[in-house]
Structure formats: C-alpha cells, structure tokens
Ligand binder design. Structure first.
Ligand code: 5GP
Length: 140
C-alpha cells in the first residue's frame, strides 16, 4: 500500500494549515463538517495520528474513531431530528477513497430522503449554522 502522505487535506486541517468547521475533538480524534455534504449535518471523524485508511490503522485508532462516531451520531440525530445515520468509510482509490487520511462519514438520515449527489461545496454560512446545531446537541 502507498505510504501516508503528510500533505493530504485532512493532515493540513489537523495542523490548522487549512480551515475547517470543527464540532468536536478529544485526545485521539477530531470531527468536522464535510465541505460537500451529502446530507445536512454530514460529518467526518478522523484520528489525530497518521493512518492512510482502515487497512493500515491500528486497533486503537479504530476504537477511538468509532467511539467518536457513536457519540456524534447521537448528536446529529438530536440536532437534525434524524431517524438514523449512515456511516461510510472508503479504502484506497478502488474503494472510493479520495482523501488519504483515515476518516468516517456520519450522514444523518430521514425516511424517504436520498443522499445528495457528491461534489457540491456547501455555503460556508450553512456549514457554520449546522456545526452550531451539532455543538448545541453535544452540550445538551
Ligand atoms: P472520501 O475520501 O471518503 O471518498 O471523501 C472525502 C470527503 O472529504 C468528501 O466527502 C469530501 O466532500 C470531503 N472533503 C474534501 N475536501 C475537503 C476539505 O477541504 N474540507 C472538508 N471539510 N471536507 C473535504
């Protein structure tokens, strides 16, 4: 497998070299809004430490990420009055991965509402407002 690239977009976000709308962080993980959300409240959860994807991740990285995924799934359900979540995670180009730092997608879901097609950058103000709703749910 290809080596971890320390200049991938999420590594830059972790270092603060690129902006992101963070909603949660702890010692092991960070969660922020997906810039091209496929549903309102679409979040990404990443480990602070280097992993290209699930295939080279340590068990500790996976456990830490899943704990955050579960916590934030409850938060987005509350924030968006969702009835469920879809969790997505892609590995290598053939598996649909585009950014090569391990990440999990959290997609709030409502009955009968399809995911939006990928590739449309959301208005910054909408991302900010949706992040605020998630932070509020976390605080409650
Ligand atoms: P994947 O690698 O799982 O296929 O997709 C990468 C995800 O990262 C996509 O959902 C895309 O919208 C998101 N993404 C790509 N670039 C950025 C960025 O600069 N900031 C944020 N917050 N999300 C990004």
């Amino acid at each position: 497998m290809t080596k971890y690239d320390p200049d991938n977009i999420f590594a830059k976000i972790l270092r603060g070299d690129l902006p992101s709308e963070r909603v949660y962080e702890d010692d092991e993980t960070v969660a922020f809004m997906d810039i091209m959300p496929r549903a309102d409240g679409h979040l990404l959860v990443i480990p602070r430490s280097k992993a290209r994807n699930m295939l080279d991740a340590t068990l500790a990285q996976l456990v830490a990420c899943m704990a955050t995924v579960q916590k934030l799934s409850h938060a987005v359900i509350a924030a968006f009055e969702a009835e469920g979540v879809t969790i997505q995670q892609f590995n290598e180009t053939a598996g649909g991965q585009e950014v090569f730092h391990l990440h999990f997608h959290i997609l709030p879901r409502h009955p009968g509402v399809n995911l939006r097609p990928p590739g449309t950058i959301e208005d910054h103000a909408v991302l900010v407002a949706n992040a605020a709703r998630i932070r509020l749910a976390l605080a409650g």
